[in-house]
Design a protein around this ligand. Sequence first.
Ligand code: ATP
Ligand code: MG
Length: 263
Amino acid sequence: MTLLAVTGLGKRFAGLQAVDGVSFAVEPGEIYAVIGPNGAGKTTLLNLVTGIYAPSAGRVVLAGEDVTGLRPPDLAARGLSRTFQNLQIFSNLSAVENVMVGAHLRAETGFFAALFRWRGFEGKERALRAEAAELMRRLGIGELADAPAAAMPYGALKRLEIARALASRPRLLLLDEPAAGLNPSEARELVDVVRGIAASGVTIVLVEHNMPLVMAVSSRILVLHHGQKIAEGAPEAIRADREVIKAYLGVGRHTGVRELQDA
Ligand SMILES: Nc1ncnc2c1ncn2[C@@H]1O[C@H](COP(=O)(O)OP(=O)(O)OP(=O)(O)O)[C@@H](O)[C@H]1O
Ligand SMILES: [Mg+2]
């Protein structure tokens, strides 16, 4: 069954149609990328799917359930998780505690609630801490578990955000520019990080300007321009698409047409 189906999604800010009638579907196991020049509406699209904004038009269906307009905690309980374009780190907590915050978002019902009631609060905290530390190891930052988040280098903080998003055990993870601000070798390492997450059974929606990363990992790519979907397809097809090249022409700040074609 389709995991995420978005139909005719729109968001209007005073005088500006930031997202304009966008439709797409993400199948389980995909790494589905969303690209487009600065201001194209990529983050707004994520904000609509994750319940930060209510759409002005359209529907969001998650695993067959209409979730349009639900708030972020209700979507988290249904298996949706995300990272933010700007780091959202609790700098007064340790690294592993930052990841545990993500686990606390998980709905405490069913099996886990029963387990935790039986083991008590301390047992629960211990289990969450162990799981958070294991996630950090999987993301290659295990040695920083007890570090104060405020003292961590930027590249490690970007991974910490991903670890926290995974701590809620999502089915669908939405990443908003995980490579932003990374140096080229750190960005290259994200190829394996993203593939590893997908291989663990988490479907991914990836918003990104880093074309080598997008081209390396994506099953399909959606291209936004002025809030509209102008193309969708496999990486090779997108790289050669005339409309896409035109949209990127003259766009220099993050990614221009050279990066698109060289990737
Ligand atoms: N809360 C808001 N209120 C008013 N306008 C907004 C708001 N959020 C975004 N916009 C506008 O909507 C448009 C799309 O912005 P958005 O942040 O979604 O673009 P983006 O594709 O993520 O760009 P970037 O690649 O720079 O991150 C922009 O013109 C932006 O200024
Ligand atoms: Mg953005």
